[in-house]
Design a protein around this ligand. Structure first.
Ligand code: ADQ
Length: 465
């Protein structure tokens, strides 16, 4: 069996039981564990001089090959083009996207650097699986060095509509870069359609349907590429087990004591402007305004560890949320009740599982999200005999699968408040039916299914070559 070589911006060896703030790390680790191979990328450090070869560590069947980056490379490639141009653009935030030739050049330069450092480690029959928006040009950089391996890409963010993408000065070059891959994976059919529309109407390429669930054959820029939706998921069965254990820990007893029988609404997100947190806080405010019986009776706990703190927009959203939480708490708090518990820190998987399990409502209201694994995790952690209710944004990829949730428009503050109220008062029978419907989906499409179907599709492409 050929090796799997995974390439992602950040390589973070996952230690069992340790907390982590990114869905990506868990997913990749799972993919590599079963097959063996290399995980290549940035090690999280800055260096004075770019190393000629990656540092190597071996852990079981996985070889970690990692590099430090120069401060300037990090500024231009990571904080710059990836997180100040592509991230906002792919999340429909044209107002926040910065367009700079300097950071674009840095982005291409670091992709070329990564490709040149990985190339000597590759074998002719390796399957190469590249992750996320940081590394769109990676395959083309390898191809320009004469490498012909099968290369797949998976995008963890949404793929925007052509009208949005068109605002990027380098949009055509970026899509040309993507077409150097053999397989392109997106989260949902919506992302796939947006990509196909770009190919049809902007790139004057061809799009051929390959039959149910098999995706599309794209012909553009002189290449033939398969593009398909692979909705990412969670380790459903493991998480169910963790949540059962988490129900009875000292931490959970303390949480329950602190709530003194009040209902809990929970939100868990990286602190990111795509997650709709200000609107979510406003919606909770609206709930207390419109349904005063909840005052003193319901607590909203928002867990939001800071991320990408070097980027100005992330500092701004943090300040905005501090002000909002302070304002709402100031208006409604009583001497023995605080409406919003706002926590800027990470928790272990087990602690989060306990929070989810105890919460009557899981509040997941991003303005745009590729998938959103928290939505899936919340459902998998519910006690089957008395499950809570998921209130989920229509703009999360997860909404395409989790139709047992109360689907909301996160911009509609009043409607989100009404759906929270509906969730808080929903009869047990309806909660169970909704939970069962969602668990059926999460059992059929778990992380193992996701990884296997992607790698199978990649091997399939390799077989046709
Ligand atoms: P993220 O934007 O990071 O991921 P998400 O899918 O919700 O969003 O994944 C976050 C992960 O981090 C979850 O597994 C969650 O449990 C964990 N996490 C969040 N807050 C935490 C905290 N305080 N402490 C510990 N763990 C925490 C990107 C895309 C998503 C896509 C994923 C996977 O933006 O749309 O679903 O990649 O493809």
């Amino acid at each position: 069996m050929s090796r799997l070589v995974v390439v992602s911006n950040r390589v973070a060896p996952v230690e069992e039981g340790k907390s982590q703030a990114g869905g990506l790390a868990v997913a990749i680790q799972e993919a590599l564990k079963s097959r063996g191979g290399i995980w290549f990328g940035w090690n999280g450090d800055t260096v004075e001089q770019t190393p000629d070869a990656p540092g190597i560590t071996q852990n079981g069947r996985i070889t970690y090959a990692t590099l430090g980056l120069l401060q300037r490379d990090l500024e231009e490639y990571y904080n710059g083009f990836a997180n100040s141009t592509l991230w906002p653009l792919f999340h429909y935030r044209l107002d926040l996207a910065q367009f700079s030739g300097r950071t674009y050049a840095g982005y291409q330069r670091v992709n070329s650097l990564f490709a040149s450092r990985l190339a000597p480690l590759l074998r002719a029959d390796d399957l190469i699986w590249v992750h996320d928006y940081h590394l769109i040009p990676f395959a083309e950089q390898l191809r320009s060095m004469g490498l012909e391996q099968t290369m797949g890409f998976f995008l963890h963010t949404p793929w925007p509509a052509p009208e949005i993408l068109g605002a990027l000065p380098a949009h055509e070059a970026l899509v040309r870069n993507l077409c150097a891959y053999d397989l392109l994976g997106f989260h949902t059919e919506v992302d796939l359609r947006c990509f196909a529309n770009y190919i049809r109407y902007e790139a004057q390429g061809t799009v051929e349907e390959l039959g149910a669930g098999q995706g599309l054959r794209i012909g553009a820029f002189g290449r033939s590429v398969i593009a398909r939706a692979f909705p990412i998921s969670i380790d459903t069965a493991t998480l169910e087990g963790i949540a059962r254990q988490a129900a009875d820990t000292a931490q959970m007893r303390r949480l329950k004591e602190s709530l003194v029988g009040r209902a809990l609404i929970v939100g868990v997100d990286r602190l990111d402007y795509s997650k709709g947190l200000p609107q979510r806080f406003e919606s909770f405010h609206a709930l207390l305004d419109a349904y005063p019986a909840n005052r003193g009776q319901v607590s909203f706990m928002q867990v939001a560890p800071p991320s990408r703190s070097d980027v100005a927009e992330y500092q701004a959203i943090r300040r905005e949320l501090e002000a909002l939480a302070g304002h709402i708490n100031g208006r409604f708090a009583e001497f023995d009740w605080v409406p919003i518990r706002y926590l800027n820190k990470s928790f272990s998987r087990k602690a989060l599982a306990g929070f989810y399990r105890h919460a009557s409502i899981g509040l997941v209201t991003p303005l745009r999200d590729g998938m959103n694994l928290v939505a899936k995790e919340y459902v998998a952690c519910q006690p089957p005999e008395d499950p809570g209710v998921l209130v989920l944004s229509r703009f999360a990829g997860a909404a395409k699968e989790l139709d047992g949730a109360l689907i909301v428009n996160p911009y509609d503050i009043r409607a989100v408040a009404e759906n929270m109220q509906r969730g808080l008062t929903m009869p047990l029978q309806e909660r169970r039916e909704r939970y069962e419907a969602m668990m059926k989906v999460l059992r059929a499409n778990d992380i193992t299914h996701w990884r296997e179907s992607y790698v199978e599709a990649l091997s399939g492409v390799a077989g046709q070559a």
